[in-house]
Design a protein around this ligand. Structure first.
Ligand code: ADP
Length: 254
């Protein structure tokens, strides 16, 4: 029997997934320690978003299980309350409605509180703290459609943090954010990982970001290609398995 280590926050065991008979994930097994800062990388169509959706309980695996702090996703509501999710920008839609920053952040508290219930003091504190951590308190009354891509990104992170998650999952977080803001964004993620011990997992296409930003890397191309440190990941054998050709990547010190 597999015994959950108390430092393990996510356990994915033998997860396979098929869309209409097409295999997207095959026997994927890995675990994530609490406090880890992990990047997920792999080619387009390799199954990264599908894997995130399974971890979030939005898709049921064809076989296998996912546990969050020992609670099985799909069987325990508790499992999902521990996760804050920041989806890809393209799936968020445009903000033509005049929602303010504060309203968007507060909506991240609803899953915990339940709909149609007034926020209590604890909820209000969590919302304030989420805005402070992401440094957006100054524009709380601004309308969402008046913000830059980088600022909007912080609002979505604040929304996820308002639910006081133990794990933060982000899908392609810097798409549409300019390069200078991208660097600040990763510094910010690193800060909240270290300061609050928050487990952070993000998907990225960018090998350079994966090689320099994270503590561990998960490579997915239908099956788990590797799970280890960035230095292990850039070995030629893994690159070839991921991208199907000989790719050499030289790790520059930053
Ligand atoms: P990635 O995030 O690594 O780009 P995805 O998890 O989005 O990969 O997709 C993995 C595979 O599953 C792709 O081949 C994609 O075409 C297929 N796929 C994704 N969503 C659906 C769907 N709703 N129906 C059928 N096939 C899908």
């Amino acid at each position: 029997m597999h015994i959950t280590d108390k430092n393990t926050c996510i356990e994915v065991e033998n997860v396979s997934f098929r869309y209409d008979g097409d295999s997207v994930l095959e026997n994927v097994t890995f675990s994530v320690n609490a406090g880890e800062y992990m990047g997920i990388i792999g080619p387009n169509g390799g199954g990264k978003t599908t894997l995130l959706k399974i971890i979030l309980g939005l898709l049921e695996p064809t076989t296998g299980t996912v546990k969050i702090f020992g609670n099985e996703v799909g069987k325990s509501k508790k499992a999902l309350l521990q996760i804050g999710y920041v989806p890809q920008r393209i799936s968020r839609g445009d903000f033509h409605f005049p929602a303010t920053v504060e309203e968007i952040v507060a909506s991240g508290r609803t899953a915990r509180r339940g709909l149609l219930k007034w926020f209590n003091k604890e909820d209000k504190t969590a919302i304030e703290e989420a805005m402070e951590t992401t440094e957006i308190t100054g524009y709380r009354n601004r309308s969402m459609n008046k913000l830059s891509g980088g600022e909007q990104q912080k609002v979505f992170i604040a929304r996820a943090l308002a639910g006081e998650p133990k794990i933060l999952i982000l899908d392609e977080p810097v798409v549409g954010v300019d390069i200078t803001s991208q660097e600040k964004f990763y510094a910010f993620l690193q800060k909240i990982n270290q300061q609050f011990g928050l487990t952070i997992i993000f998907v990225s296409h960018d090998i350079d970001v994966i090689a320099h930003q994270v503590k561990s890397v998960l490579c997915i191309n239908r099956e788990l290609v590797c799970h280890g440190s960035p230095k292990e990941f850039i070995k030629e054998e893994f690159m070839e398995k991921l991208y199907g050709k000989k790719v050499k990547f030289i790790l520059h010190g930053h």
